[in-house]
Structure formats: structure tokens, C-alpha cells
Design a protein around this ligand. Structure first.
Ligand SMILES: [Zn+2]
Length: 107
């Protein structure tokens, strides 16, 4: 049974839930990565707001983890433990930022 679940960019920033400004498609061959001794597959397109894009480009990962910790109501260190490997893999797979076309449906 094939289950090729393909999903596009989110309207909300992956890190902080603000409206998406940038999307980052990832290289298909690098979507799989290992974490905690297990194989994982990262999302095919990542979505960032303007601020998180700036943090990402400046390699201020701690700010990104803080943003996610805020709405998840978790300690930033816990988010970092969860995402450190994922982010390292994402940086390698990232094909670069693409401006997000905001759909008008919600207006
Ligand atoms: Zn954000």
C-alpha cells in the first residue's frame, strides 16, 4: 500500500506560529536522518515567519527553540534536545528560502 503523503508549506511558522513569510524546501535525498539511533524523515517544506527566518540565517538556533518553547509551554532546553539533530539535518538538506505566497482565502 503506498502512502505518499505530500504536504506543502504551512501558513504558520513552524517555530512560533506567526504567519509564514518564507518556505524552505528540502532536498529529497536528504530528508531522512538519524536521531537517537532511529531513522526519521523530516518535513519536505519548512515554513518560517520573517523573524524566525532572520534567526535561522543568523544561526541563532537558541532563539528559534525559545520561540517554539513559548507556545508549546515547555522549557527551551527540552525543545532543543528534541530538535537539535533535526535542525542539523535540516541545514544540510535546505535548498534555500523561497518567499511564501500568502493565500487570500482568509482575508
Ligand atoms: Zn516564527
Amino acid at each position: 500500500m503506498s502512502d505518499d503523503h505530500v504536504f506543502g508549506p504551512d501558513r504558520e511558522c513552524f517555530m512560533c506560529k506567526a504567519p509564514t513569510r518564507w518556505t524552505h524546501p528540502v532536498e529529497k535525498s536528504r530528508q531522512s536522518f538519524r536521531k537517537w539511533g532511529k531513522g526519521y524523515t523530516m518535513r519536505p517544506v519548512w515554513s518560517f515567519c520573517g523573524q524566525c527566518e532572520d534567526f535561522y540565517q543568523a544561526a541563532q538556533d537558541d532563539k528559534l527553540f525559545e520561540a517554539m518553547a513559548h507556545w508549546q509551554e515547555r522549557p527551551p532546553t527540552e525543545v532543543e534536545d528534541d530538535l537539535r539533530e533535526t535542525f542539523a539535518a535540516f541545514r544540510l538538506a535546505d535548498l534555500g528560502p523561497v518567499p511564501y505566497e500568502q493565500p487570500d482565502a482568509s482575508q
